[in-house]
Design a protein. Structure first.
Length: 360
């Protein structure tokens, strides 16, 4: 456990143009150095996770690799997440930017704001309830830089293992030992690595992509599915630790919330990776789940049928719709439904978002 203890000016550019022979190579190297963007942007969205920011910060301070920036996006937290982020920013030895929203507008919007603000050549998400090992950034960059320059355009990034604080792996380990070069799709279908992993992305491939902003939450796979045919370097080492004991973990709730986001995510994922069969029981269950999300997400029957990427016979759709409606009514009777998409829509209409940079 670890705890805390650019740019070329216009005049400099003119100097190079007017007197190229009088500027030493050492000065050129120095000026080139100060103009460099950070190698890595570490992105952390936070909502009511004040106490956990210290742990993320401490894990970043402990890194062997130092050429990175940390961008924290506060999603209208009602605890003291913002004040702690400001405290850390004042003492941070590395570049730190804070994005702050006046109201909660959801993780997709915060992730999009993080993408817009990131200036690094590589991008790594580290959620507020996670932290990375001291060698993490160094190992990721080592493997990325080992890729042949004429092949790097085929790669989305570098992938590694995650574990809980207790040491429980969050994904299966491939039978083939050592570092693997494969595609994301094969990492899932061939090697069985299909749950939580750490992923460092090539910024040029993801910077201009955006998460769909329809709810306070949308499955991250709805965007990452677009890159499944890209290659990745897989490191069979635990480089990120995930805390499964946090009270407000979105993925651990038993409520029917974020339903509009889940419905849209299902359509996007199955548009890119359509099921092989429309006759199986598992596919019928998939449609029932989707319709149930649509019901709670205020997506009508006609719209939900149009959104689904693979055509289903109307009679089949309506028959399954009866079952999904009964399940949705049961959810309401059990008081499990939270209309988070309505909060997202209301807050998005009146929110203000600001960036806070370190004082020079």
């Amino acid at each position: 456990m670890w705890f805390s203890e650019r740019r070329l000016t216009q005049d400099s550019t003119h100097l190079l143009l007017l007197y190229p022979n009088r500027v030493s190579f050492s000065l050129l190297a120095f000026m080139s150095h100060i103009d460099q963007r950070p190698q890595i942007s570490v992105l952390t969205p936070v909502w009511n996770r004040a106490g956990y920011l210290y742990r993320v910060y401490d894990s970043l301070r402990a890194q062997d690799f130092k050429d990175f920036e940390w961008i924290v996006a506060n999603d209208g937290s009602t605890d003291n997440s913002l004040s702690i982020a400001l405290e850390l920013q004042r003492e941070s030895p590395f570049r730190m930017v804070i994005i702050s929203s006046s109201l909660r507008i959801g993780k997709p919007r915060m992730d999009n704001e993080l993408l817009r603000a990131a200036s690094g050549r590589l991008i790594l998400w580290c959620d507020s309830d996670d932290y990375i090992t001291p060698q993490c950034l160094n190992r990721l960059v080592e493997e990325w830089e080992a890729i042949a320059k004429d092949e790097v355009d085929c790669y989305i990034g570098v992938t590694a293992l995650c574990a809980t604080k207790e040491g429980v792996l969050q994904s299966t380990v491939p039978k083939k030992s050592g570092v693997l070069t494969t595609t994301w799709a094969e990492l899932d279908t061939v090697h069985g690595v299909n749950t939580d992993t750490l992923i460092m992305f090539d910024a040029t491939k993801v910077r201009h992509h955006r998460f769909l902003e329809v709810d306070l939450m949308i499955t991250e796979g709805s965007l990452w599915y677009e890159f499944f045919d890209y290659k990745t370097v897989f490191i069979p080492e635990v480089l990120k630790v995930m805390d499964r004991t946090v009270n407000n973990r979105i993925s651990m709730t038993r409520k029917m919330e974020y339903c509009r986001g889940k419905a849209y995510a299902m359509t996007l994922c199955h548009m890119l990776r359509p099921p092989k069969s429309d006759l199986s029981i598992s596919y019928a269950k998939l449609i029932v789940t989707y319709q149930r999300y649509c019901y709670h997400g205020d997506i009508g029957i006609s719209e939900s049928w149009t959104m689904w990427p693979k055509r289903v016979h109307p009679i089949t759709w309506l028959t399954l719709g009866i079952l999904s409606t009964l399940l949705a009514l049961y959810d309401q009777i059990m008081l499990r439904v939270v209309k988070t998409h309505r909060q997202h829509k209301a807050n998005s209409a009146k929110v203000t978002i600001s960036q806070i940079h370190q004082s020079v």
